[in-house]
Design a protein around this ligand. Structure first.
Ligand SMILES: Nc1ncnc2c1ncn2[C@@H]1O[C@H](COP(=O)(O)OP(=O)(O)O)[C@@H](O)[C@H]1O
Ligand SMILES: [Mg+2]
Length: 266
């Protein structure tokens, strides 16, 4: 990776929600990607409201701000849940909520909101972009700021191991006005990326895919990601709930529940 100069930290400006360009996601993208957290009246937002409440309570109690969302295996619903949790959270808290796409190999947040970004977090990490605020987008009418990433398939570990990554985390932690910053992460088993990232965050939420994630997977992930605390798990069981036959009006609990992480077997 090219060693580009880091922006000076002493006089670096605050990362504020109002400093981000406003973006209005097209309704059809929101529907297509089943993002329901923005709309309180949508019955499908209900499970996310419950999730948000227990999540908000937990991180407040623990004094945590930077939280990763990961899973054992791919396609467990991390991005789906990150987006819905972040949008649901942003609806009730006065302070800004940031959502950062750090699944560099399979970045999907921009796509989910129909955004075609010119620059992403990957660019900040490789030194081609210096100002994080030019990457983030404020979702119109909300307190949610989304920081997209442009997918890259190579050398992601290098991007994450560099000092620019540490600098970015420090900037988000020390010089951003966001009360909560969620990070959509890669699956823990796919590469070292999730582990490297989580070393610098306050905690993580584990998405458990009810059809695929085994008890053994959960135990292995919990062990692997230590000492970063797992603050909870989301049981995502979308078998049967997914599908166009339900249409947009589907009102059932098309997701799972949130509970404290299972104790590893003695
Ligand atoms: N509970 C759910 N209900 C409906 N669709 C879901 C649910 N969870 C995930 N999906 C869909 O499954 C696919 C994979 O989910 P995604 O969030 O992209 O997984 P990951 O980020 O863990 O790889 C996406 O198309 C997503 O919209
Ligand atoms: Mg994803």
């Amino acid at each position: 990776m090219a060693e580009a100069d880091l922006p000076l930290s002493s006089d670096a400006k605050m990362l504020t929600l109002s400093g981000l360009a406003v973006y209005t996601p097209p309704i059809r993208e929101i529907r297509k990607h089943r993002i329901v957290g923005f709309d309180n009246r949508d019955a499908r937002a209900r499970p996310f409201n419950l999730l948000r409440t227990s999540f908000a309570k937990r991180i407040k109690e623990d004094g945590h701000r930077l939280i990763g969302i990961t899973s054992a295996t791919p396609a467990a619903g991390k991005s789906f849940l990150s987006m819905n949790l972040a949008s649901s959270l942003a609806r009730v808290v006065d302070e800004p909520v940031f959502l950062v796409d750090l699944d560099i190999r399979r970045a999907s947040l921009a796509d989910e909101i129909g955004l075609v970004p010119e620059r992403g977090i990957d660019g900040f990490l490789d030194g081609s972009v210096d100002d994080l605020s030019t990457i983030g987008r404020r979702i119109d009418g909300t307190t949610l700021g989304i920081f997209p990433t442009i997918r890259r398939t190579r050398n992601t570990a290098e991007l994450l191991a560099g000092e620019r990554f540490a600098f970015m985390i420090e900037a988000l932690r020390e010089r951003s006005e966001a009360a909560t910053i969620l990070f959509d992460l890669p699956p823990a088993f796919a590469s070292d990326d999730a582990m490297i990232i989580l070393e610098q965050l306050d905690g993580y939420v584990l998405v458990v895919d009810s059809g695929k994630t085994t008890r053994r997977h959960v135990q292995d992930v919990l062990g692997m990601l230590q000492p970063t605390p797992c603050i909870g798990s989301i049981l995502n069981r979308y078998r049967g709930g997914l599908g166009d036959s339900y249409g947009y009006g589907y009102g059932g609990p098309d997701y799972g529940r949130y509970y404290d992480h299972p104790e590893p077997e003695a």
